[in-house]
Design a protein around this ligand. Structure first.
Ligand code: ACO
Length: 335
C-alpha cells in the first residue's frame, strides 16, 4: 500500500468584493449582525459581466495547483470535482474541467457532498492512490453561490454567509507511509437532509410542471437552511469527527499543528478551538474575507495557510467539515 501526499495547492476567488454594507443595500441586514453572528466581513461574488462559473474557477485554481506540484496536466491520472453549484444539471463539472484544462481522456468524478465535498473528494482520491490504481489525482472544490441566492429580505439568513471561489490540490503517491494522508473519516445522517437544502430543480418537480406552474414566488430554487439546528449539529459533529481522527492515529489535541475547519461560521470554528484547547496559531480561519465557500472552503484555507508558511514539514494537519446532508468528515495529514 502507498500513501498519498498533497504536492500542489492553488485557489482562485473572483475579484469583486461584496462587503456587509453592500449587502445591507440589497436586503434588511447590517454589518454588525453579520459580523456578530458569523465573523464574516466580506465575501467574493462573481461580477455580472464575468464568465466565472464553478468549473471556470475550478480550472483557474487547478492550473496553479498543477504548476506548483511540478507536474504537468498529462501526469494527472484522475479528476475529482466537488461542488453544490455545478454549471449544468448534468453532466457534472469534472468533465468541463477536464475539457477546459485540455487534459487527456482521464476519468472525472463529481462529488455532491456540499460543505464536506472536499473532505469526501480527498478521501476518495486517497483510496485510489493507496491501492495503486492512480498515481496523481487532481482534487477540486468550487462554488458559484452568488448566482443562486435569494437576495431579498426572505433569504437574508442564508445569502449573507455564502461566497464564491475555488481551490485545488494535487495528490500524489508516496512510498513513505509515515507521511501524507494518515486517515479519513466520513459520516452522513440523511434524516436531516431537509434542514439545509435546495429542492429545485429536481426530477421530483421537473421542467413540464415548472413551466406549467410558472410561479414567480417559487422559492424552491433558493437554499433553505434551519440555521440554529444546523449550528447545533455542526459543533457536535465537528468535535466527534476530529476526536475520531485523532484516536485512529494515537494522537491528542496537543499534537495538532494546524486545524483547518470548514469555514461555515467563525463562531463554530471558535467553539471547536476552545473545546480542543487550541491556540490561535493552531487554527486557520479566512471566513472573514471569503464567507462560506462550501466545497471550496477547506482547500482555499489550506492553500492560504500553506502560502503563509503556517504549515511545515512533518506537521499534523487536521481538516474537518460539516454541512448539508447532513454529511461530515475529517482528514488527518502528516505534512
Ligand atoms: N441580518 C439581520 N438579521 C437577521 C439576518 C440577517 N442577515 N438573518 C436572520 N436575522 C434575524 C432573524 O430574523 C432573527 O430575528 P428574530 O429573532 O426577530 O426572529 C434573528 O436574526 C436570529 O435569526 P437566526 O436564524 O436564529 O440566527 P442565528 O443566530 O441562528 O444565525 C446563522 C444564523 C448565521 C445562519 C447560524 O444559524 C449558522 O451559522 N448556522 C450554521 C450554518 C452552517 O454551519 N451551515 C453548514 C454549512 S453550509 C452547507 O453545507 C451548504
Amino acid at each position: 500500500m502507498y500513501n498519498s501526499k498533497i504536492i500542489g495547492l492553488g485557489y482562485y476567488v473572483p475579484e469583486r468584493v461584496v462587503t456587509n454594507n453592500d449587502l445591507s443595500k440589497m436586503m434588511d441586514t447590517s454589518d454588525k449582525w453579520i459580523q456578530e453572528r458569523t465573523g464574516i466581513k466580506e465575501r467574493r461574488w462573481v461580477a455580472p459581466e464575468s464568465k466565472d462559473t464553478s468549473s471556470v474557477m475550478g480550472a483557474k485554481a487547478s492550473r496553479i495547483a498543477i504548476e506548483r506540484s511540478g507536474l504537468t496536466k498529462t501526469d494527472i491520472d484522475f479528476i475529482i470535482f466537488a461542488t453544490l453549484s455545478p454549471d449544468m444539471y448534468f453532466p457534472g463539472g469534472g468533465v468541463q474541467l477536464q475539457n477546459m484544462l485540455e487534459m487527456p481522456t482521464v476519468g472525472a468524478l463529481d462529488v455532491r457532498n456540499q460543505c464536506s465535498g472536499f473532505i469526501y473528494a480527498l478521501s476518495i482520491a486517497d483510496q485510489f492512490i493507496k491501492t495503486g490504481m492512480y498515481k496523481n489525482i487532481l482534487v477540486v472544490g468550487a462554488e458559484y453561490h452568488s448566482g443562486g441566492l435569494d437576495k431579498s429580505d426572505a433569504g437574508r439568513h442564508v445569502s449573507v454567509i455564502f461566497g464564491d471561489g475555488a481551490g485545488a490540490a494535487v495528490l500524489s503517491r508516496t512510498e513513505d507511509n509515515t507521511k501524507g494522508i494518515l486517515s479519513s473519516h466520513l459520516h452522513s445522517e440523511g434524516e436531516h437532509a431537509e434542514q439545509l437544502t435546495v429542492k429545485g430543480p429536481s426530477i421530483c418537480k421537473w421542467v413540464p410542471e415548472l413551466l406549467k406552474e410558472n410561479d414567480p414566488n417559487d422559492k424552491s430554487y433558493y437554499p433553505y437552511m434551519n440555521g440554529t439546528f444546523v449550528f447545533k449539529h455542526a459543533v457536535m459533529r465537528f468535535s466527534e469527527v476530529i476526536i475520531e481522527g485523532l484516536k485512529a492515529n494515537h494522537l491528542k489535541a496537543v499534537d495538532i499543528n494546524m486545524l483547518i475547519p470548514h469555514q461555515a461560521n467563525l463562531r463554530i470554528s471558535q467553539f471547536i478551538q476552545k473545546k480542543f484547547g487550541l491556540n490561535d496559531s493552531q487554527v486557520f480561519n479566512n471566513i472573514q474575507k471569503y464567507g462560506n465557500t462550501t466545497a471550496a472552503s477547506v482547500v482555499i484555507a489550506l492553500t492560504e495557510a500553506w502560502e503563509q508558511n503556517k504549515i511545515k514539514d512533518n506537521d499534523i494537519v487536521v481538516l474537518a467539515a460539516f454541512g448539508s446532508g447532513f454529511t461530515w468528515g475529517s482528514v488527518i495529514i502528516r505534512w
